[in-house]
Write a protein that binds this ligand. Structure first.
Ligand SMILES: C[S@@+](CC[C@H](N)C(=O)[O-])C[C@H]1O[C@@H](n2cnc3c(N)ncnc32)[C@H](O)[C@@H]1O
Length: 471
């Protein structure tokens, strides 16, 4: 499937949200892959545009993508497009009439919407644009409230809000097919969630992660750093069975201090299971338990269809792992047994990622996906910093900027090989040793943002909000 093709094939127009630009193409590819479809952008394809033309798809493919996407706003069957009104008209006149007529019948009702990107039009200008479409053979009656068919004229005035042209760069006209799942961002907002913590993952990003992971009904999904279970909430929404672990007893058992203002202690039933119950997906809750991700407790073998997680960065919570006194001080000479008193030790970021990738290589089913966040100090970032594993292939790497000098990258990997035979090669190959520079992220993060941002100015409120979203 190519995003562009000749005049003969049916085209669909995807109208995309403009707040998660980097995540959109991997999401579309993952959702098409769930239907056994591929997506190869052509050279003319502009990834940053809010409008993408898609070819070679069936309407069912498009509906299926829209039933999952949080990056896509709406999809249309594209009837015509052009750089000017005249070009649009000739393109519409070329569209096969037999593809239009089922939607223009006398006994049906319809309405036409006008949508403009990066420009607001006066009501009279909108009406004028609708009137200019009078050459189309609409036979039915207009119904603004409950039409059988909805059509849309979409105009693209570019991406620069400081340089809005008089005329649009491109105009599209099509039949509305379906809306995406933007509503989930509101309905699953952590603001209204029963159980939350300081680092609960934003609802929109949680759904994007589940989509990048190709989570589907009846999958088994695991989050090794589960926290308050935001990622489990998103995965269970798509019908996957979910489980997780966290080193923090209070989080797993929903006790201790509350994260909400005006509330001192967590109330009864403030836990992950209750979160799933809130959204009607409790039947997909397997369980969560207190466990240290650096010492996995799982039996050998491929257990999980997806591993999706937000590891601790050590900003708002420390990166910890369990240890024993033996690992820290040499035991006294007369001490014969092992200490079983767990103590907390530093868990370096590079070790967290090495352990996570190794765990995924061993415990994902073949073709299963690992989706996780990697914190980045932007001035030093290069692609080589992304941890690799010989059994996992990198599918996508999307940036979410947090401040002028920090960001996090959403890394998606897919299991392509069984690990056993690669273990020795893995140890010898420097490409697969975890990048030690990750360990200094915390110091750089703090030194860079104490009061000012990297440009020497006060942080913007968006930067402050973004920083609050990471720990
Ligand atoms: C960024 S938070 C995860 C937030 C989670 N996605 C949510 O929505 O609430 C990281 C979590 O990792 C946990 N953690 C830290 N070190 C760990 C370890 N060694 N093993 C397991 N969990 C650990 C912390 O307790 C924290 O809950």
């Amino acid at each position: 499937m190519a995003l562009h093709c000749g005049k003969t094939c049916r085209q669909y127009l995807l109208h995309l949200a403009h707040d998660s630009v980097d995540f959109r193409l991997p999401e579309l590819k993952a959702l098409l892959a769930l239907r056994g479809r591929q997506c190869d952008p052509s050279e003319a394809f502009r990834e940053k545009s809010p409008f993408w033309r898609l070819c070679g798809l069936l309407e069912e493919d498009v509906r299926s993508v829209m039933s999952r996407t949080v990056c896509g706003k709406s999809a249309f069957e594209l009837w015509g497009h052009g750089r000017t009104a005249a070009e649009l008209k000739s393109s519409l006149l070329e569209y096969p009439i037999e593809k239009m007529t089922p939607f223009l019948q006398e006994e049906s009702t319809y309405k036409i919407n006008v949508y403009t990107f990066n420009k607001t039009l006066l009501f009279k200008d909108r009406i004028e644009k609708i009137d200019a479409l009078g050459f189309l053979p609409f036979k039915g009656k207009v119904s603004l409230k409950d039409p059988d068919h909805i059509f849309c004229l979409l105009e693209d005035y570019g991406l620069d809000p400081n340089d809005i042209p008089e005329e649009p760069f491109h105009i599209y006209f099509g039949r509305w097919v379906a809306d995406g799942q933007r509503e989930l961002i509101r309905s699953h907002s952590v603001k209204k969630r029963h159980f939350i913590g300081n680092t609960s993952m934003d609802a929109g990003l949680s759904f994007i992660m589940a989509n990048h992971a190709k989570v589907k009904a009846h999958d088994l999904v695991y989050d090794p750093f589960v926290g308050t279970g935001s990622l489990l909430v998103a995965c269970s929404h798509f019908g996957a069975y979910v489980c997780g672990t966290d080193i923090d007893y209070n989080t797993i058992h929903g006790v201790g201090k509350a994260s909400r203002k005006n509330q001192k202690w967590r109330g009864p039933d403030e836990n992950i299971r209750a979160n799933l119950r809130q959204y009607g997906t409790e039947s997909f809750y397997v369980d969560v338990m207190v466990s240290d991700a650096s010492k996995p407790v799982w039996r050998k073998g491929a257990l999980f269809d997806a591993i999706i997680t937000d590891p601790p960065y050590g900003i708002r919570e420390s990166t910890r792992r369990t240890g024993s006194h033996k690992e820290i001080v040499s035991p006294p000479e007369d001490f014969s047994g092992e200490s079983h008193v767990p103590v907390s030790m530093a868990y370096h970021l590079s070790d967290i990622f090495a352990d996570l990738l190794n765990f995924a290589a061993h415990h994902l089913v073949m073709g299963g996906r690992l989706v996780y966040w990697l914190p980045i100090y932007r001035p030093e970032y290069c692609e080589e910093m992304v941890p690799l594993h010989p059994c996992l292939s990198v599918i996508s790497n999307c940036e979410q900027t947090l401040s002028s000098h920090t960001s996090r990258r959403l890394i998606t990997m897919e299991k392509i090989k069984e690990p056993e035979v690669y273990v020795l090669a893995h140890l010898a190959d420097s490409r697969f040793s975890p990048y030690q520079g990750h360990n200094s992220f915390r110091e750089k993060y703090f030194s860079g943002i104490t009061k000012k941002n990297g440009k020497g100015s006060e942080r913007t409120s968006k930067e402050t909000q973004n920083l609050k979203n990471v720990q």
